[in-house]
Design a protein around this ligand. Structure first.
Ligand code: ADP
Ligand code: 6PG
Length: 176
């Protein structure tokens, strides 16, 4: 039996983390984990008010996420911004080594998608602080697959599944 690494789908707000991670988990028989659901209420209120989180507000959140990844019944597929190297290191400290899908793209495109997105607490004004905090993951050192979000969602999911879980994709399951 092969031990597969959990998958982190990361990027700034509006890049499609939730959409890609949900679709990828469904495609490979993994467990989708949505980081937005692990914030405490004060963090959500702060972002809703247009204030970025500080690292002190992020550590506990990242630790809860690492627990969720470790305890996932199937291969975890985590949608989480994980903008900085220190944030990813914190996840890895609790959850072990990760495969990474890094969603990146044109700022204007991402902004347009955030404007079109309904019912989300994250204001468009936080794009700038997200970009300032972003430390793109090194493809070699961190094992990160970079995908341009200009691609259609099904194509992004296909590339990620083909690269990170080809057997699960073709067999419809992870056990072997
Ligand atoms: N590849 C894509 N092409 C077109 N629209 C997309 C794509 N990925 C995501 N979207 C849309 O963009 C918006 C932001 O996606 P979402 O998954 O909420 O991003 P994030 O979780 O990174 O904030 C949503 O309305 C989603 O339906
Ligand atoms: O989908 C989004 O818009 C983001 O994922 C957002 O909801 C997330 O909660 C923040 O990114 C907080 O975390 P950071 O400030 O560490 O990115």
């Amino acid at each position: 039996m092969t031990i597969l690494r959990p998958i982190l789908v990361m990027g700034i707000c509006g890049t499609g983390k939730s959409s890609v991670a949900r679709g990828l988990a469904s495609c490979i028989g993994g467990s989708f984990i949505e980081a937005d659901q692990y914030h405490d209420a004060s963090s959500v209120a702060r972002m809703r008010a247009g204030q970025p989180l500080t690292d002190d507000m992020r550590w506990g959140w990242l630790d809860r996420l690492a627990d969720a990844v470790r305890n996932a019944p199937q291969r975890a597929v985590l949608a989480c911004s994980a903008l900085g190297l220190a944030h990813r290191d914190r996840l890895r400290a609790g959850a072990g080594a990760l495969d990474i899908v890094f969603l990146h793209g044109d700022r204007a495109l991402i902004e347009a998608r955030m404007i079109a997105r309904q019912d989300h607490y994250m204001p468009i004004s936080l794009i700038d602080s997200q970009l300032a905090a972003l430390q793109p993951p090194d493809p070699a050192a961190e094992g990160a697959l970079w995908i341009d979000v200009a691609l259609p969602l099904p194509a992004i999911i296909d590339i990620a599944a083909d690269t990170l879980a080809p057997q699960a994709k073709t067999t419809g399951g992870e056990t072997e």
